[in-house]
Design a protein around this ligand. Sequence first.
Ligand code: SAH
Length: 378
Amino acid sequence: MLESAIVSEPTITSEPTKSELKDFFNYSYAELVELLDLEFGATKFRATQLFEWVYRKGVTDIQEMTNISRELRERLSQVFVFPKARIHDRQISSDGTRKYLFEVEGGDLVESVMIKQPNRMTLCLSSQVGCAMACTFCRTGTMGLKRSLSTSEILRQVNGVVEDAKNFGDSFQNIVFMGMGEPLHNFDGVTRAVRNLTDPLGYGMSPRKVTVSTVGLVPAIRKLAASGVSVSLAVSLNATTDEVRSQIMPINHRFPISELLAAVKDFPVGPRKKVTIEYVMLGGVNDTNDDMKRLAKLMRGLPVKVNLIPYNENAGLGYLSPSRDWVFAWQRYLNSQGLQTFIRWSKGADIGAACGQLATESKRPSRLVVLDEQQVAA
Ligand code: SAH
């Protein structure tokens, strides 16, 4: 499955809501300008107005777009549909992290996580239903790939969380594609979503605050570099030898560490900006003293910072978390070697929302999302 999955990207299947209606969230600003011109002979200004209503003000009812003439509103409503995010379930962790289960087209389910950090929140998005990469330590990896999400399905996770965040009086400052799926295995869906997230007329986020995390699909990293899409890159290295990496991440058979790090070296990062190297520490597997030293050596001369992620245990997968002291020892050593190193302690583990714990089954009965004031206050 892996082999063929890498060669060709899966096709994005998204059912049209009503036969000829177009899903607004699949359109970039430039495409919208073109479409409006073609359909109505409308000017660029109309596209700007639509983007502002939808992405800035969160208004998707065309009749509320009062600075657009009634006649044009009528015609627009015959062309566009603005599908609403469908929150199937929401769980709140004791640490304030929230996990959302979204229902996307065809009843498929994906998860998104609002991760609570001391002075910011990070929204973690899914890019696929399941994942084809089959990393042996990752819960999503055990699901296999069902399909890729459309741009609209990705953006609807954002819309849904923005809407629900009003109940909590918070918002996110960062977005990471670290939920279910391999983002670069859904190159179009993800890069188009990134465009609308970072378009000043769209969500207007800084590209520094939107991160795509990859298992290491080297050709896709190079394609991203050449695409002109401005976004931050994170690479899941997770081992310091090809032997161990191939054992835990089958993709390494195709794209070994040397090729991966060459692509990282070539990735265009602005001044003061770095690629993030993620390193999941699996107790006794990839976290030996020798690994620590090899990692420092491998990173030499690369424009990178390192995120150490202590493994979040998944029952049945057979891996263990390292001890806290050992994680701190790694950080101290890597820092002493001049490598900027952070530790990403797990968030939301009590609700299965931590890295590598996301997995969905076929549609479960919906739990009503009711606001629990005690939980909100906590
Ligand atoms: N497919 C992408 C993004 C999803 S995984 C990628 O591989 O980067 C996001 C991060 O979580 C990756 O660095 C992955 O290695 C890590 N991860 C997966 N399972 C984990 C687990 N159980 N505990 C800690 N980190 C995990």
